[in-house]
Design a protein around this ligand. Sequence first.
Ligand code: EPZ
Length: 417
Amino acid sequence: MDTIRIVGGNKLSGEVSISTAKNSVLPLMASTILCGDKCIISNAAMLEDVFVLGNILKSLNMDVQIDENSKRVIIDSSKINNTDPKNELVKKMRASFLIMGPMLSKFGHFKISLPGGCNIGTRPIDLHLKGFSALGADITIGHGFVEAKAKKLKGNKVYLDFPSVGATENILMAAVLAEGETIIENAAEEPEIEDLARLINSMGGKVIGAGTETIHVIGVKNLKGTNHKPIYDRIEAGTFMIGAVLTKSKIQINGINEEHLKPIIAKLREMGVIIEIDNCILRINGDVDLKPVDIKTMPYPGFPTDMQAQITGLLSTIKGTSVITETIFENRFMYVQEMNRMGANIKIDGRSAIIEGVEKLTGAEVKATDLRAGAALILCGLAAEGETVVSDIFHIDRGYHNIEEKFQNLGANIERI
Ligand code: EPZ
């Protein structure tokens, strides 16, 4: 199994370009089921999850070509001939549940393996299924599968108990070809949902208010193929920003959207970090005195849970006490043991991590427990004294494309073994 080896202490310098967002490319790919035509997603991040979803769509008899050179994902859904995807593929990736809504909308049916929990939480899909029922689908769960049937979906009002990203995306996609209007209230407002609505509207759909807490979807009869360029990955950008501050470096990050990064920029500035924005270029200077802060993860536009581990790594090196509270997932501190093995001083108290800043971290052999935890351990390794070896990096490859090469180009002593 590959590992990533880092010798810490190097300052970073130069520029890094951000890829497009995993959490956008996946729902965009799923939504192509709706149009029964050819779509091109350009400049797509060539991530493990993108290939897994590509194979799941192929198992529905969709034509999927993923061209690593041009970074184009070309999908033709005109020949779909079944609505129960290959189970062993679905089990590989939680986000495969994003095909439920488009299949129900297009074919009035899906049968899919129930996603299990993952390291960060139980992650049920009850809100997705409640939304589908509200649009008139009959849902049955049994033998580890969930099946939904509907002669004709009908638009309806759906109030989400929690602004779930996945449930908002799935119900939005289910409503696109339904009869009449659907109103999703207390919807998630993440930028990836706005991006999804942009693609669906360019296919001929009618989605209004994506990116706000109330989304209106006016059902249409047909859609056509389209081309789409996804948004940049705000979490990848945030990860490199933390890398710069942890190593007390000045770097430039190309391909950002300031609006999407607001909660991260605000917290780093509160710590004392200097950040300048020039259109889609961000210059960050982490070679400054820093002060501890408290953070609570929240749905967008609050502080993203997908940045929680990375910023905890940074706070573990800042003198004083910081408290970080995780409100989205119930089990997203698995990495703390590993960070404490690197000399951090972090205690867990319920859904909060109490962080006492230490003078320096020391290199160690550590294990990635999930995608963002893995990225955080790499960042700590860049700042730590001596050698760090991160194992189980398959988690990291799911959401970061060639992360070690990007840091090598910034002057880090890092390699994949
Ligand atoms: C998306 O997951 C992202 N994944 C996650 O990114 C991200 O952490 C999360 O949104 C929150 O921002 C993708 O976009 C592919 P949710 P999703 O539904 O849609 C509970 C990463 O690192 N919930 O907003 O699964 C759920 O258990 C990943 O890139 C229900 O209770 O997240 C969780 O506690 C990790 N019932 C909370 O809501 C439901 O039916 C938020 O989940 C649905 C969700």
